[in-house]
Design a binder for this molecule. Sequence first.
Ligand SMILES: [Cu+2]
Length: 302
Amino acid sequence: MGPVTSYSTAAVDSVLVFIVAVSMVFLLGLTIAMVVFVVRYGRRRHPRPEEVRQSIALEVTWTLIPTVLVLAMFFYGYAGFTLIRSPPADAMVINVLGRMWDWSFEYENGKQSDLLRVPVGEPVRLALHSADVLHSFFVPSFRIKEDVVPGQENFLWFKPEGLGTADVFCAEYCGTEHAFMMSTIEVMEEAAFEEWYATLDRLEDHPAYQVMDDVGCFFCHTVDGTIEGGPTFKGLFGKARRVVRDGEEVEVMVDRDYLRRSILDPAAEVAVDWDADMPEDAAEDLTAEQLEEVLDFLEIVR
Ligand SMILES: [Cu+2]
């Protein structure tokens, strides 16, 4: 399954295909004509040059055809551009803050997230702000990109088609970790989104919280950044960390798979700064569904 697309994907792609197709036809036609002329009118077959008189018909033709084609490219492109620059008035507004070197998102109800979660099929307007330098918000699979200029609000809008994820990059060089300034758009079912959107401003309200409390996670792990026996959950998700795996130090991304492995088999990959003393049977009492809920929880503790 490829990344999710937006209404704008087809608008941009059709212009691109049109321009490439026209260019290919001309490239091919001109190349063939050139070769034919070289062979046919070369000195060997045509030792005496001939004077060519003007041809009104020819001149009109080769002026008109490119003019029509260029205008078609312009209007085709302009239609797509207008679409991309015209967010519907009822679009959900999400504030985007770019800073060296990450993206964060704030919703109309004050909810904050590192991931841009949106419901499928709904128009979303992004209000782009920069906390420091020039960034650029780029969603390749949506074919949209916009500079994020400090001191002013820029905008983008999209309407995701289908469930799944789309990558977000910074497309304006903004410092040493520019290449890591990435995020993800997660397109969710309307109901799942509503549930996520409405809950959670208190972590204690998350369905996994009570489960984790019962299991004893919070004896060693905090959600507020303080350090007890083990690493804090705050800000853990989405970061890279160095772990020891089979006696070798490697770098891993803290994603759902890594966290699942760490919970089910704590000794398999131990972060370099920590001792391997998490109980092996920590997840013993969790059902598969609860484990996924715990992962949901760890994803939002920020
Ligand atoms: Cu940037």
